[in-house]
Design a protein around this ligand. Structure first.
Ligand code: PEP
Ligand code: MN
Length: 261
């Protein structure tokens, strides 16, 4: 597979590329305030979940389509690019209708070939960068299968997100990194950009910096980090979200060495 760059115009091709924003779009105010603070810190790509695949029923499952208008507003007021998660044909249609700049496929969806194929078929002929999270289970072939489904539908601007793998064991991580899996993927597809998601790997604020540094030491291309204007009040993934100020501190302290293997 020959991938094309996922970079959007004006985003510097410099490691790490940064994608940040809340786990979920909750309210217009929360989205706008978080976005403005991130833009002030130099973030160029804003993320927010509009449809939230929750492990169990009863949690906040996202605002849905109305939140896409808030993301459009972010784009208009801050100039940031906007990215959201899609899991179904309807999500793709709505996201394209509201001009999302980038899409990602969540870990639970990557594990489902029918869902990935549906997304790929809906995106056929559309020129948009798509990031594919690793499946929840540590199955490299299933991850590659999802990449191939998108690629075969003509999507060439593909990146992957390493967000760690589910485990029943008690570990310090929320999702164990199993670094050898994305490293093997990088070995097989050297021009595939790999982005680390320290938020979902660590599951807590205190681990974001260390995991981000590890990803940089492994030559990852970028980081996707959850941030919120007031992390303690977040409606999902509260314990792992950080403020835009903390994000800026962490990014400033990262040591970026080129070509460390
Ligand atoms: C998210 O990015 O908020 C999310 C739901 O992540 P994952 O698919 O990695 O669990
Ligand atoms: Mn999340």
């Amino acid at each position: 597979m020959e991938f094309e760059s996922i970079l959007l115009p004006g985003v510097e091709d410099k490691r790490p590329i940064i994608i940040s924003g809340p786990c979920s779009a909750e309210t217009e105010e929360q989205v706008m305030e978080t976005a403005k603070k991130l833009a002030e810190k130099g973030v160029k790509i804003f993320r927010a979940g509009v449809w939230k695949p929750r492990t169990k029923p009863g949690g906040f499952e996202g605002v849905g389509t109305p939140a896409l208008k808030w993301l459009q507003q972010v784009r208009k007021e801050t100039g940031m690019y906007v990215a959201t998660e899609v899991a179904t044909e309807k999500h793709v249609y709505e996201s394209l209708k509201y001009n999302m700049d980038m899409l990602w496929i969540g870990a639970r969806t990557t594990a489902n070939p029918f869902a990935v194929q549906e997304i790929a078929d809906t995106l056929r002929g559309v020129d948009i960068p798509v990031l594919i999270k690793n499946p929840v289970n540590p199955d490299l072939e299933l991850w590659i299968g999802a990449i191939e489904r998108l690629y075969n539908a003509g999507i060439k601007k593909i990146g992957v997100i390493h967000r760690g793998f589910s485990t029943n064991d008690k570990t310090v991580y929320r999702n164990i990194p199993q670094w050898h899996i994305p490293i093997e993927l990088k070995r097989r597809y050297p021009n595939l950009p790999v982005i680390c998601d320290p938020s979902h790997i660590g599951g807590k604020r205190s681990m974001i910096k260390t995991i981000s540094q590890q990803a940089m030491d492994l030559n990852y291309y970028g980081l996707i980090i959850e941030s919120h204007r007031n992390p303690d009040d977040a409606w999902s993934d509260s314990s792992q979200q950080i403020s835009p100020e903390t994000l800026a501190e962490i990014l400033n302290e990262l040591v970026i060495r080129d070509k460390v293997q």
